[in-house]
Design a protein around this ligand. Structure first.
Ligand code: ZN
Length: 178
């Protein structure tokens, strides 16, 4: 039977959330402005906020975070074009470019592990903590006494070799094994 229920086919958790929203609207009490989103940060022209958004994008694969950014990518591109982001050892402009590349990869439906080979700031320990990869093997003393790790992407199973080193800052070089 057809009904006009706007919630038809909506997940029950979502229904509860909508009802809660409606209550807040009716009460009109909770008029705190919403917290700025990462999109707001990217468009802010404020160096600190733009960089905050950049680092958040570096560490997430969450579609809820990345979808709105992918939809707004041309706007972000234009808005960030003339912001001086500075950066002493590595230009923050390069970090911004990489964050936008990550969003682009997501928009194309690619697995975000594809971004690892393009940047030296992906620390395997953190990627494991985020649940993005698991360490398959550690080869001790591989490069100047430092280990080489083999990691496997938790989403697509792609394997990477990671060398690490330090030159002004710690770096990790991710490559696809031959
Ligand atoms: Zn992957």
């Amino acid at each position: 039977m057809e009904t006009d229920d706007p919630h038809r086919g909506v997940d029950p958790r979502e229904r509860r959330a909508r009802r809660a929203d409606a209550r807040v609207d009716e009460a009109g009490a909770e008029e705190k402005p919403p917290a700025p989103t990462l999109l707001d940060d990217f468009l802010s022209k404020d160096r600190r906020r733009v960089l905050h958004a950049v680092w958040e994008v570096f560490k997430t694969r969450d579609p809820k975070v990345l979808e709105p950014l992918a939809a707004a990518l041309p706007v972000i591109d234009r808005a960030t074009d003339d912001v001086d982001l500075g950066g002493a050892l590595m230009s923050n402009g390069e970090n911004l470019t990489h964050a936008l590349d990550r969003i682009r990869l997501f928009g194309k439906g690619r697995c975000l592990c594809a971004a690892y080979t393009d940047h030296v700031f992906y620390e395997p320990r953190k990627e494991v903590a985020y649940g993005h990869v698991r360490i398959v093997e550690v080869v001790e003393g591989f490069y100047y006494g430092r280990p080489k790790r083999i990691c496997e992407c938790a989403d697509c199973g792609q394997r990477y070799e990671i060398e690490e080193g330090e030159y002004h800052y710690p770096w990790w070089k991710w490559t696809v094994p031959h």
